[in-house]
Design a protein around this ligand. Sequence first.
Ligand code: IMP
Ligand code: MG
Length: 179
Amino acid sequence: MSRRVPRNDLQVLLSAEQIASRVKELAAQISADYRGRPLHLIGMLKGAWVFLADLVRHLDLKVTVDFLSIASYGGASVSSGAVRITKDLDQSIEGLDVLVVEDILDTGHTFEYLRGVLEAHKPKSLKVVTLLDKSSRRVRPVEADYVGFTIPDVFVVGYGLDYSQQYRNLPDVRIWRAT
Ligand code: IMP
Ligand code: MG
């Protein structure tokens, strides 16, 4: 059994304050871009749930929320490219302005797959907001419409992001390393 320690020895990459102020800025930009139009958010489980919870409370729009869960085969910190849906949408997205809420864009495999699946359901528009972007690691041709922070090629945990399902509860984003 692994011990579930908070790991406060991990180096902070983004403080809770930095994240909070950037999330407010993103929400203001999104609210301006969609002004007067209802927005349907799709939160990617599990990593994006903390970000979505903070973002949604700063959106000055008529908003609905759904969740989708995708699993990629592979180890704890690598994306293999093989992806499957483990929790589907509850609500049809046909004709809706859809904003996918992601925790992090890394290789782009996950979002490329997801975009294909969602576009097949004919939303009126489809955009993505990601809290973090490891743009230097991209191998697939996908970009986010809204990016919180571009970060270097380090494995991060906290603020919803995990390593082997741990550390999602850290209030900040930290650089993971083995004990
Ligand atoms: P991609 O398919 O390589 O773009 O991977 C995206 C997914 O990999 C994210 O939604 C995360 O679940 C996971 N991931 C990638 N980098 C990190 C990281 O640094 N920390 C935690 N999860 C990560
Ligand atoms: Mg994820």
